[in-house]
Design a protein around this ligand. Sequence first.
Ligand code: NAD
Length: 248
Amino acid sequence: MLLKDKVAIVTGAASPRGLGFATAKLFAENGAKVVIVDLDTEASKKAAAALGEQHLGVAANVANEQQVQAAIEQVIAKYGRVDVLVNNAGITQPIKTMDIKRENYDAVLDVSLRGTLLMSQAVIPTMRAQKSGSIVCISSVSAQRGGGIFGGPHYSAAKAGVLGLARAMARELGPDNVRVNCITPGLIQTDITAGKLTDEMTANILAGIPMNRLGDAIDIARAALFLGSDLSSYSTGITLDVNGGMLI
Ligand code: NAD
C-alpha cells in the first residue's frame, strides 16, 4: 500500500487501454483515492467508478485554465488535499515538419505542454501548503530520439518542453518538499498503437529494442508508482526511461 490515504490526480486516464488508466488502477490498488481527469464527463466518471466508489471522475480539458481550476476545486472540496499529480494527457499527430500548420502545433503543444503547466499550477499551492507532493510528467522517448513512429516533430518538441518545464519546477519547488519528475515511455501498446502496426513495422521496431518487446501500460504505471510514492523520496528533476533499452 505505497499510496495509502494519498490523493492522486491522473490526467488523460479515462481510456481503458491507456497509460493513464493503468496508472490510476495501480494507484487505487496501492490505497490512493484517485481522481481521473479527462475530456468527457461520462467517460471520466465511468473510469473512476471502475476503480471503486471512493474515486472521482472529473471532466476538464487540461489546456483550459478555467476548466482546470474548476476540476481542482472539486478535488479539494471532496478530499481536502492533493498528494500526487500525474500529467499524462497528451495527443500525437504523425506528420512531418513541412506539414505542421499552426493548428497542429497549437493542438499538440496545448495538451502536453500547456496542460502540464496549468495542472501543475493548479495543485502547487496545495502541495506547498502541505509541504509535500509529487508531480509526475509523462514525456516520451520521442523527445530524446527526435521523433518516433506516431509523433511528429511538434510532438517531440512538446515532450522535450515537458522535460525542461519539469526540471525547472523541480528546482523551484524542492525547498517545499514538492518533487517533480518525468517518465519517458518508449513504444507502449495502447490506442495510439492499436491496429496501426504491420508485422514489418513491428519487426523493425523490435530490432531497435534490446528487450525485444513493446511496452505494456503496466510498465509505465509501475514507474509512475515509484515516482509518485515515497519509494523515490530523494529524487527530483529526474527522467526515468521506460523503453526496453531503446536508447542504449
Ligand atoms: P491515449 O490516447 O490512449 O490516452 C490519452 C488520453 O488523454 C485519452 O483518454 C484522451 O481523452 C485524453 N486527453 C486528450 N486530450 C486531453 C485534454 N486536452 N485534456 C484532458 N484529457 C485529454 O494515449 P496513451 O498511449 O495512453 O498516452 C498517454 C500519454 O503517454 C500521452 O501523453 C502520450 O503522449 C504519452 N506516450 C505514449 C506512448 C505510447 O507508446 N503509447 C509513448 C510515449 C509517450
